[in-house]
Design a protein around this ligand. Structure first.
Ligand code: SER
Length: 587
């Protein structure tokens, strides 16, 4: 029987011998700021699809192959069932104008049926979408037929149209291969994407069908395939779930025999996620990737406390490092164990308090569960488990709803006290420690909206926000743009801003449904999901003639005249295609 590690090697050699260059996995922390963590093998190759980079120059060929470390935060809460994982390895072959549908499908067919000896249960192809204006993928259908595949199912945008990832990118129709596991259940093992288009917007906008952004044809169509190693190993080893493959068995063996299966799956999944995230430099925190790492770490720590030390988290992490170190040299048990120990010490105190607090409740509803989570870091599952009958009526959905509400509140810029620090405003974007400072960041905040409007006016609408950070001293704004600004351009942007300040235009805020807001053309910075109701801040008499419209939580000045004179102080690159600009106001 082939081991998981052998499947990995067989895959790379198969494509290497067919003219593909083997490329190492990129980090789980992507260079592309529009995504939080690496979720697919194609991510490190995005610029080869768009033509911004040349693969012949960089790799000596148009075709590459890789095994990519991937992490999907969207699946975190599903982990524990038979098939979901946060961290997984993705096998992929890629072509940037080298070959297209025929070869891609034939390679996949050969690899699955001949190299691995698996039977294809059925395949899917894209059935077309009027909404997005993409025709049915007849070509793929013909190719599968010519290979003798009879069961070819047509599906829609939701399931067989890939991308774009992040705020914009390549995308296109896909064809998927399904095989059976031991119980006869169909498992999707391979997703083959034909990148034919580029979309200057998010996937959500594309699927909504009511954005005026259009799919553009990519000059050179490309191939992007992804196959989860764990699922493929399950099919190849003839077992029922990924947790029974050799990739998980030695981890599962470190857990107590009588532990329930769901908990075992969560712990083994998280142990892998923790080891890989920390080894790629992520550190537990309350933000972004750090938040994800902390969530995994705290869940494992809480289970450990709950099981009265019946397993050793460090032993699990050591095993992960041992299992994978020969392929992923960056794995460092030293760093992983050090961080895990520190986080345990930090968390165990609050955890004990949390358990005590939980003990005081007669009934735990969604609000109290969220409070326990917020104040003591008690994860939902732990509350359910420790709370027992008290939590019978507590449902995941209601808990998530509380969580979402809370996120909206903090994003909306509501003042909140940060114990000890005296911060009166911290929205993640704006930071102020006193009323005086709050006034300054508010002026700079409105200036930042004008800055974005000015940049788009002068440089074009490809300018999109990538981040911002506002302190009482300055605003810092990151945006997409391919080159350095000329001194004239900087001057023009600055003049645009000061001109509007001189006009002393009113600043309005209007609450609207997300859909209506989008239709007004208001800009949004798509890093997080927006709630159904959003605030649109616009500058000018009315929405139609406004010089700036943005989805925003505020706060802002009421008239632009309050801002004062704005000076652009610095402009620099912070990554490929991303510029950073700083601006100040006269006090
Ligand atoms: N990008 C596609 C996926 O993640 C194929 O690699 O499924």
């Amino acid at each position: 029987m082939m081991k998981g590690s052998e499947i990995r090697e067989t895959f790379l050699r198969f494509f290497e011998s067919r003219g593909h260059k083997v490329i190492p996995s990129s980090s789980l922390v992507p260079e592309d700021p529009s995504v939080l963590l690496t979720t697919a093998g194609m991510q490190q190759f995005k610029k080869y699809y768009t033509g911004e980079l040349d693969s012949i120059k960089d790799f000596g060929t148009k075709n590459t192959t890789s095994v990519q470390k991937s992490f999907r935060t969207s699946d975190i809460d599903e982990v524990g069932d038979e098939s979901h994982l946060t961290f997984f390895e993705m096998l992929g072959n890629f072509s940037f104008g080298g070959y297209f549908k025929k070869e891609a499908i034939e390679y996949a067919y050969q690899f699955i049926t001949q190299e691995l000896g698996l039977k294809i249960s059925y395949v899917t192809i894209f059935g077309g979408s009027d909404n997005a204006g993409v025709p049915k993928d007849e070509e793929s259908k013909h190719i599968w037929r010519s290979l003798g595949i009879k069961d070819i199912r047509e599906e829609g945008m939701e399931s067989v149209f890939w991308g774009p990832t992040g705020t914009s990118g390549p995308c296109g129709p896909t064809t998927e291969i399904y095989c059976k596991n031991r119980d006869g259940k169909d498992i999707e093992v391979w997703n083959i994407v034909f990148n034919e288009f580029f979309y200057k917007g998010s996937r959500e906008e594309l699927l909504s069908g009511n954005s005026d952004k259009r799919l553009e044809n990519l000059e050179v169509p490309g191939v992007d395939t992804g196959m989860g190693l764990e699922r493929l190993t399950m099919a190849t080893q003839g077992v029922s779930t990924i947790f029974e493959t050799d990739l998980f068995r030695s981890l599962m063996d470190l857990l107590p025999r009588n532990m329930d299966m769901r908990t075992k799956r969560i712990i083994t999944d998280h142990a892998r996620g923790i080891a890989f995230l920390l080894s790629d430099g992520v550190r537990p925190s309350n933000k972004e990737a750090g938040y994800v790492a902390r969530k995994l770490m705290r869940r494992v720590i809480a289970y450990n406390v709950l099981c009265e030390d019946a397993f050793d988290p460090l032993e699990l992490l050591k095993k992960v490092c041992d299992l994978y170190a020969s392929f992923y040299h960056e794995l460092s048990y030293e760093a992983v164990s050090r961080e895990m120990k520190t986080e345990s010490e930090r968390f165990k105190n609050t955890l004990d308090q949390g358990f005590k607090e939980l003990g005081k409740f007669k009934i735990v509803n969604a609000q109290s569960a969220f409070k326990l989570y917020e104040s003591f870091g008690l994860p939902y599952e732990i509350i359910k488990e420790v709370g027992g009958e008290k939590t019978t009526d507590l449902k995941r959905k209601a808990f998530d709803e509380e969580f979402r509400k809370h996120q909206e509140i903090s994003r909306a810029g509501t003042e909140k006290k940060f114990g000890g620090h005296g911060l009166i405003l911290d929205t993640g974007e704006l930071k102020a420690g006193s009323e005086e400072e709050k006034k300054k960041v508010t002026r700079l905040h409105t200036a930042t909206h004008l800055l974005q409007a000015g940049l788009r006016e002068v440089l074009g609408s490809e300018v999109e926000q990538r981040g911002s950070d506002i302190t009482p001293e300055r605003t810092r704004f990151d945006f997409s743009f391919g080159r350095k600004l000329t001194p004239e351009e900087k001057q023009k942007v600055q003049d645009f801003i000061n001109d509007i300040i001189k006009k002393d235009l009113p600043v309005h805020c209007k609450e609207m449904s997300k859909e209506d807001a989008r239709k007004t053309g208001a800009l949004f910075f798509f890093k997080e999901k927006y709630p159904e109701k959003v605030n649109v801040y616009y500058i000018g008499k009315d929405l139609d003639t406004a010089v700036s419209k943005e989805f925003c939580g505020g706060p802002h000045v009421t008239r632009t005249g309050e801002i004062g004179h704005v000076t652009i102080s610095k402009e620099e690159a912070v990554g490929a295609g991303i510029r950073r600009i700083r601006a100040k106001i006269d006090l």
